[in-house]
Design a protein around this ligand. Structure first.
Ligand SMILES: [Zn+2]
Length: 281
């Protein structure tokens, strides 16, 4: 899926922040202080993985895992430009080896394994390196008995890696199965957008699934469905609120409340996890 130019990149160093929804312009410091939720219309702007971790992890608690894990161009893929060039540009722009950041952290004082997708890196798409880093983060969370928290913002499969990308769906799901066997919880947070192979695999498997307001969540985009079926789609189709009303999502949470909600969930689930660990011992 294409990256919408309507969304200003929050990690920009420009002095002003322009909201992609209402086009209002605000001082960057004001937008940053509001966690890049528009001060005018409450639209939740897309944010980088680094910014997400900064917002969620207790200050100074984040320690990166597998930061050396970078993908490569297995297929020699070239469209309007070589895939290797796209990778290099994205790395320089986003300050990440690929479209995910992962590590250990604490949230409201509770230890977690934390992963965040970076939509600015080739649409947060699921490359071999992203899938591997995600699977390793899940496995390490299981080993260290840390609840696993993943924030997804992803267009789905990485087209330039073909079937190797699709295999990451199975790999991440298998890792989550092992996590479930150890009775360590997985909290999945869906941010705008969570589409295609991401929602069709790991992102939909949270023990608790939260979503940010008005995030687009779905397998195939609405335009493609309309063109294929000639059906009129219902209002609000594929938004967080639409899915919440139908039971896919447990709670739609304003970004400014996300840390607090996670803290409460981790308190409840952490107690349960310890109880399970005692029983399994
Ligand atoms: Zn706005």
């Amino acid at each position: 899926m294409a990256i919408s130019p309507a969304y200003a990149r929050p990690q920009s160093t420009e002095a002003a922040f322009t909201c992609g929804a209402c086009k209002g312009t605000f001082p960057r410091a004001q937008a940053a202080g509001n966690l890049y939720v528009c001060p005018g219309c409450d639209a939740h702007s897309r944010i980088s993985a680094h910014e997400r971790v900064r917002q969620l992890a207790d200050r100074g608690s984040f320690e990166e895992w597998d930061g050396e894990l970078a993908g490569r161009d297995r297929l020699g893929f070239v469209d309007t430009k070589p895939y290797v060039d796209r990778l290099q540009e994205a790395r320089e722009r986003q300050g990440l080896p690929d479209a995910i950041l992962s590590g250990s952290a604490s949230i409201e004082g509770r230890p977690v394994g934390l992963a965040s997708f970076d939509f600015g890196f080739l649409g947060g798409s699921l490359s071999t390196a992203v899938g591997e880093r995600l699977a390793r983060a899940i496995e390490r969370s299981a080993d260290e008995r840390r609840p696993f928290v993943c924030v997804t913002s992803s267009g789905g499969a990485r087209m330039q890696e073909g079937v190797f990308s699709l295999m990451q769906m199975a790999k991440s799901v298998a890792a989550l199965h092992r996590l479930a066997e150890t009775h360590v919880p997985f909290i999945s947070i869906l941010a705008d957008p969570t589409m295609g192979g991401s929602i069709a695999s790991f992102a939909a498997l949270g023990d608790v699934i939260l979503a940010e307001p008005k995030a687009m969540i779905g397998f195939t985009g609405a335009r493609v469905i309309t063109q294929a079926t000639y059906e009129q789609l219902p209002a609000g189709f594929q938004t967080s609120e639409f899915h919440h009303a139908r039971g896919l999502i447990d709670q739609v949470v304003d970004r400014r409340q996300l840390r607090t909600v996670l803290g409460r969930l981790l308190a409840v689930l952490g107690a349960q996890t310890s109880e399970d660990a005692r029983r399994l011992a």
